[in-house]
Design a protein around this ligand. Structure first.
Ligand SMILES: Nc1ncnc2c1ncn2[C@@H]1O[C@H](COP(=O)(O)OP(=O)(O)OP(=O)(O)O)[C@@H](O)[C@H]1O
Ligand SMILES: [Mg+2]
Length: 360
């Protein structure tokens, strides 16, 4: 038997949910789609089906955002998910591809070193040298396969790709073809093909999209969670599933602990206390929901292996300091000031105040 994988693809992890949705789905499906746009939206936001099957929510937020994203993919325009770090861009993109094409693995990771070949195709060089260019020597990339199979291709961190390489996408997105000049032929995109790209609006060293490329995308902005309750809910949901996957032998964290972490993150991020009464300085890091999730997961691991098995302020403090203090000069000052003026004064937060002060 092979060992269990660390992280399953969405289509595998949620295969039962996808099958149940497909069985109940009576609405029209665009060509090659596994589910109707309506059912895809239900898959992302969660619903209880008529027979009682529970579809868990993957995305917590405004339904309209997901509807616009899904509707875009049913047109000839590609989808660009834009937002600050940790707003679930990659997560939504994976689940959209899983629900629509049943395959979230056609993925191109954008980096400063992404080449045109990564977006198009490559060659088996031994064969190329021996026989010259031939179909057999051609190694298709994810975009090539998505076009042939009528599936969704994901491009992560599109704006990290050098501008001239980005522009390779223009022909694929507008003409829906991928030319192969070496073989004097082309691959034509088949029904169901489309592209979901993600890009970070906060990163340094990004390459802005050319306006020609921008016009081929519908941009959907994923916002930070609007309320404390929503954000607590996201962290609770993700921590529960991650601690299960990691088999952490600890009690699930009390909602109150998650609420404290999320409150601190939100206050430092927004520059004001939740009640709006006091201003606070913001540290240099992004303090995203994703980081709150890892602070709590780390805390759970510490509690499980070195603590009492129940998460305490002490277990949370080190992860929290690590997430908040990114700039070694400025951030400790900002965090200390916040600890003294806000955390120390708060009813029942003394343990957290002390635990954090020990760390910085
Ligand atoms: N609104 C939300 N609903 C559900 N999960 C969320 C939400 N916001 C953040 N998350 C969680 O945050 C984690 C990080 O998300 P993800 O990696 O997709 O972020 P990202 O926007 O791609 O960030 P980056 O710009 O750093 O790549 C995921 O585990 C996701 O479940
Ligand atoms: Mg991402």
């Amino acid at each position: 038997m092979s060992s269990p994988v660390l992280r399953q693809h969405a289509e595998t992890a949620f295969a039962a949910e996808l099958a149940a949705l497909a069985a109940h789905d009576e609405r029209p499906r665009p060509p090659r789609w596994k589910l109707s746009p309506w059912a895809v939206t239900d898959y992302l936001l969660g619903i209880t089906l008529k027979d009682g099957t529970v579809i868990t929510p993957k995305y917590v937020g405004d339904r309209r955002i997901i509807e616009i994203a899904v509707a875009t993919l049913a047109t000839d325009r590609a989808l660009l998910l834009l937002g600050v770090p940790g707003t679930a861009k990659s997560w939504v993109s994976e689940h959209l591809a899983a629900a629509i094409s049943g395959d979230s693995t056609l993925l191109i990771q954008g980096t400063a070193g992404t080449s045109e070949e990564a977006l198009r195709y490559n060659w088996n060089y031994a064969m190329l040298l021996a026989q010259g260019p031939s179909e057999a020597a051609l190694v298709p990339g994810p975009m090539f396969r998505a076009m042939k199979e009528g599936a969704l291709c994901r491009v992560e961190e599109l704006t990290r790709i050098p501008s001239d390489v980005q522009d390779t996408l223009i022909t694929m997105l507008s003409e829906k073809v991928l030319p192969i000049p070496e073989l004097a032929t082309e691959v034509q995109g088949t029904e169901g093909f489309n592209v979901i790209a993600t890009a970070n609006s906060r990163d340094r060293g990004v390459n802005e999209l050319s306006s020609a490329l921008q016009r081929r995308f519908n941009t959907v902005i994923l916002p930070l969670p609007s309320s404390l309750e929503d954000e607590v809910d996201i962290v609770r949901m993700r921590v529960a599933s991650m601690s299960k996957a990691l088999a952490l032998p600890a009690e699930p964290p009390a909602l109150e602990e998650i609420r404290r972490v999320v409150t601190i993150f939100r206050e430092l991020r927004s520059g004001a206390t939740e009640d709006g009464k006091a201003k606070v300085k913001s540290p240099s890091g992004t303090l995203s929901t994703a980081e709150a999730i890892s602070v709590v997961t780390n805390g759970l691991s510490l509690a499980a292996h070195f603590g009492s098995g129940t998460i305490s302020a002490h277990d949370l403090a080190s992860g929290m300091v690590g997430a908040i203090v990114k700039d070694p000069v400025q951030d400790p000052v900002v965090f200390k000031e916040y600890l003294e003026t806000v955390v120390k004064e708060r009813e029942g937060w003394k343990d957290l105040y002390r635990a954090c002060r020990e760390q910085i």
